[in-house]
Design a protein around this ligand. Structure first.
Ligand SMILES: CC(C)(COP(=O)(O)OP(=O)(O)OC[C@H]1O[C@@H](n2cnc3c(N)ncnc32)[C@H](O)[C@@H]1OP(=O)(O)O)[C@@H](O)C(=O)NCCC(=O)NCCS
Length: 157
């Protein structure tokens, strides 16, 4: 399955933004829903570059179907610690989970951070903790999120 996907910068596939925004609202309703402070369209629109943060990647099937997304940002849950940059907004479409797409997106974000010269990358994670640990990320602390206390992970690049 993962051999058949391609990963693009959101700036090169802007037609995927409405699907991603809808998934953001469904998955992170307390933040992106009608009563939350987040604005999914604005957060996606802010990812307007391939070479400056925030950067958003999109996983697509060969037929162009949107599969998932991940971002590299200076600000995230946990950035109050002063660390960064952050792997954030990692999301795979509900019907596409468990197929390695999340792992491929983490790999691609790590490669982007390396390409841009960052010595390390961070992520505040709950559901993706297994993916990060398998890739050698280390738990270095905790932070508070709308989903409760979650671990902060770091990977040296
Ligand atoms: C977490 C997430 C990105 C993983 O994407 P994925 O494409 O299913 O990931 P992979 O197939 O590469 O790896 C699957 C791993 O994710 C775990 N996982 C977490 N939630 C899952 C779900 N709802 N469905 C399938 N796998 C899930 C699996 O247990 C598996 O870990 P394991 O091998 O230790 O059992 C995806 O489940 C998702 O988008 N969840 C909702 C948003 C979210 O929680 N984002 C991360 C915030 S830290």
């Amino acid at each position: 399955m993962t051999a058949a996907l391609r990963i693009a910068h959101l700036v090169d596939v802007p037609e995927t933004a409405p699907t991603l925004a809808r998934w953001f609202v469904e998955e992170w309703e307390p933040w992106y829903g009608p009563d939350g402070a987040g604005d999914p369209e604005a957060d996606l629109a802010a990812c307007a570059s391939r070479n400056a943060l925030p950067i958003c990647l999109v996983a697509l099937a060969k037929d162009g179907n949107t599969l998932g997304t991940a971002a590299l940002k200076t600000e995230s849950v946990g950035s109050e610690t002063g660390a960064g940059p952050w792997l954030a907004a990692l999301l795979v479409g509900p019907q596409h989970r468990g197929l390695g797409i999340g792992t491929a997106l983490v790999d691609a974000i790590e490669a982007e951070a390396r390409r841009l010269g960052f010595p390390a990358i961070y992520c505040s994670a709950d559901a993706s903790a297994g993916i990060l640990k398998r890739r050698g990320w280390q738990a270095i602390g905790t932070t508070e999120s709308l989903r409760g206390t979650i671990a902060i992970f770091c990977r040296r690049l």
